[in-house]
Design a protein around this ligand. Structure first.
Ligand SMILES: *Cc1c(COP(=O)(O)O)cnc(C)c1O
Length: 428
């Protein structure tokens, strides 16, 4: 299997090369040249998520140097469950927050880190640079904590992440360096771009990225949709329908790809916050990126969703096979309050968006069974959730471990000379 660029002006590459490059040389995103087709029976022997994932990903890694390592990669990356839980009639929740940083990004970040680890690169360590506005940096830092072949350098904007997020960016020990940049998220992104464009620096440090558009962040997210849909199909004989909180559309794209591969998935609804690029696109076919709008579900504040490029490559005629609806901050608050009161559920603001879309479904849709996808544990967003439910939320066990760690950071001005100095100190 080869991966090709959505812009179609770069050579096809193997999975490993697509992972190492991140973005194709022509600026396009890597997509598989073709999709394998599975039948439910192909997974008959797969009782666990890692076992299923090894079978599902095998065709994508066929002929690649990582092909024989897949079972080990999946075992190491997915060392926590993705359980479903009954909510109310015809509704279950798929919980994707049981990883070490309590959000679904652990699946992608950990899979990618294991891929890099098993590539057994040369002696020289790779230095993964990440600019983060909060959540991604923690998941990536955690994933590389014990890596031998790569270190991580996280850039985050001073004073613009929550106290808990800051802790989660700065607590991973020697292999993960947290740089607190005196600037905003755009400054962090600009510095990372400048570092990649600096040939001398690239020569001195072997720079790499762990960006969410990397194919190794997207593919692993197919596994929990496959696992849930197969279990549902086995139990009921029906297809599984999903409502997915969506920002950059990585999680949603993974569900579509799982469906493309023949997994028993029925309807998919993308649920967004007030950022309207996706709902406009799926309603009208028009692509109208806009500056992002701040909402209560801030991990989904995206004005120009990058995975739309992959969707449009696969579906050149914008069709309305996908339903996409947006939810306001007012509706998020009401849903968190009401579902706590009447259903005994505590949602994070992102999950509440999916719960709100389910609530609004027409009666004929609600006669079907649905899964809402829960992308984060509510503790991560307790500043938003606790005042609404008037109760304090206990941290999950994995978080308690994080809270006990020591936090170490280095403050730098938002200048390339300062980033260069820090990088050379690490790699030199
Ligand atoms: C990143 C994130 C999302 C959005 O996922 P996409 O793949 O960007 O659509 C939703 N919820 C949480 C908690 C996230 O961290």
């Amino acid at each position: 299997m080869k991966f090709i660029s959505t812009k179609q002006n770069s050579p096809a590459v193997s999975a490993s090369d697509a992972i190492l490059q991140g973005v194709a040389p022509d600026g396009g995103l890597y997509v598989p040249q073709s999709f394998p087709h599975f039948a439910a029976d192909d997974f008959a022997d797969a009782a666990t998520l890692p076992a299923l994932a090894s079978i599902l990903f095998a065709p994508f890694f066929a002929g690649d140097r990582l092909a024989t390592e897949l079972p080990k990669i999946c075992q190491a990356a997915f060392n926590f469950p993705a359980p479903t839980r009954h909510v109310t009639k015809n509704l279950d929740v798929l919980e994707l927050f049981h990883g070490p940083t309590a959000a679904f990004k652990d699946f992608g970040a950990r899979f990618m880190a294991q891929c890099i680890e098993f590539m057994s690169l040369s002696d020289e360590k790779l230095t993964i640079l990440v600019a983060t506005s909060g959540d991604t940096g923690g998941a990536v830092g955690c994933a590389y904590e014990q890596a031998k072949t790569a270190r991580v350098v996280i850039l985050y904007p001073k004073g613009r992440v929550s106290p808990f997020q800051q802790h989660q960016l700065t607590c991973w020990g020697d292999n993960v360096t947290a740089l607190e940049v005196d600037g905003d998220f755009d400054d962090c992104q600009r510095l990372v771009k400048q570092a990649f464009a600096d040939d001398k620096l690239n020569h001195a440090c072997r720079l790499g990225s762990a960006n969410s558009i990397n194919i190794a962040r997207l593919l692993p997210q197919m596994s929990y949709y496959a696992f849930t849909a197969l279990a549902h199909f086995k139990r009921t004989g029906n297809l599984a329908n999903f409502i997915i909180p969506t920002g950059n559309m990585g999680n949603g794209m993974a569900c579509l790809w799982a469906k493309t591969c023949g997994l028993p998935i029925g309807d998919i609804i993308f649920a967004t916050n007030a950022n309207r690029a996706l709902s406009t696109f799926f309603a009208t076919g028009e692509l109208l990126p806009h500056p992002s709008v701040s909402t209560l579900a801030n991990a989904m504040d995206v004005g120009n969703p990058s995975n739309l490029e992959r969707y449009r490559w696969q579906n050149p005629q914008a069709d309305n096979a996908i339903r996409c609806q947006k939810v306001s901050d007012g509706e998020i608050s009401t849903r968190i309050r009401d579902d706590y009161k009447f259903l005994g559920q505590t949602w994070c603001p992102h999950t509440a968006i999916a719960a709100q879309i389910w609530q609004q479904l027409p009666a004929q849709d609600k006669a079907q069974h649905w899964y809402i996808v829960s992308t984060a544990h509510p503790y991560k967003f307790r500043e938003v959730v606790e005042p609404l439910i008037k109760t304090s939320i206990a941290p999950p066990a994995a978080m308690q471990d994080i809270l006990q760690r020591k936090s170490i950071k280095t403050a730098i001005p938002a200048e390339m000379s300062a980033l260069r100095r820090e990088l050379l100190r690490l790699c030199g």
